[in-house]
Design a binder for this molecule. Structure first.
Ligand SMILES: Nc1nc2c(c(=O)[nH]1)N[C@H]1C(S)=C(S)[C@@H](COP(=O)(O)O)O[C@H]1N2
Ligand SMILES: [Mo]
Length: 247
């Protein structure tokens, strides 16, 4: 957050610096137009939804990536799955798709993979850096074939808080963002249970609660109104958290 603010400040200072140099030599009227164009470009650079989240070096990785929220689904089925090394875990890709899929962990590991070392920021005031590996969500959605009415992607999870299932959702811009992956590994090892075993989303341009753990389903929908209590996620429904939690 602070890094990004500093970067924006540096960018703006750079533009202002460039302006004053031009004003010393250039005609005033065209200068104004040029400044406006620079501002527009700067604004687009700063706000671009497709920009990548910063990636870090292996040496930056946090020694222990804390587990937060639910750290073990309490369903009996989950314990069975864990005992078998999640061999039977399936992720359903459903909803507004041409070809519904049911993907095993083995199939997900066999897809082209992306690894990224990113910083996770939780609204509760802590951050951690880890290396996540898994296939990008985009190609999975392309394989299933989104119907034109699909506007959002909902992530279903195996855990719940007092009987209410955890879920999250993103728009298609985040769903197809290159750093949006279905991660099965953290720091080169299968995900620990506390961090979402066997599969969790990484939605790197957004805050921690968007990164759904224990993913069992990926559902394409036209509207979020009828999902949960209609706000697009467990914490959005329960505590009024922002649905768009961009960082
Ligand atoms: N299924 C599920 N996903 C979840 C949560 C949860 O309780 N259940 N907590 C969220 C919150 S608030 C954060 S900060 C991160 C924590 O991820 P971690 O346990 O790997 O630190 O997961 C998010 N995804
Ligand atoms: Mo969080």
């Amino acid at each position: 957050m602070i890094g990004r603010r500093l970067a924006i400040g540096a960018l703006l200072t750079g533009f202002l610096g460039a302006c004053s140099k031009v004003s010393a030599s250039g005609p005033g009227s065209s200068l104004l137009g040029a400044v406006e164009r620079w501002n527009e470009t700067a604004h687009r650079l700063i706000t671009s939804r497709t920009a990548l989240a910063p990636e870090f070096d292996r040496s930056d990785i946090s020694p222990d990536f804390r587990g937060n929220g639910n750290v073990r689904p309490d369903a009996f089925d989950y314990a069975m799955q864990e005992a078998s090394g999640f061999a039977g875990w399936q992720v359903a890709v459903s909803g507004l798709v041409e070809r519904p899929l049911s993907l095993s962990l083995a199939q997900i590991r066999a897809m082209p993979q992306r690894s990224q070392i990113t910083r996770h920021d939780c609204v509760e005031g802590w951050s951690a850096i880890g290396e996540w590996t898994g296939p990008q969500l985009g190609p999975i959605l392309r394989q299933a074939g989104l119907k034109p009415e699909a506007k959002y992607i909902v992530f279903r999870c195996a855990d719940n808080f007092r009987g209410t299932p955890y879920y999250e959702s993103v728009d298609l811009e985040d769903a197809f963002h290159p750093q949006t992956i279905l991660a099965h590994s953290l720091n080169g090892e299968p995900l620990p249970v506390k961090n979402g075993a066997p599969l969790r989303m990484r939605i790197e341009r957004q805050l921690g609660y968007k990164h759904a753990k224990y993913v069992t389903g990926i559902e394409a929908v036209a509207s979020l109104d009828l999902i949960g209590r209609g706000k697009g996620g467990y914490w959005e429904d329960a505590a009024g958290y922002q649905w768009y939690a961009g960082i």
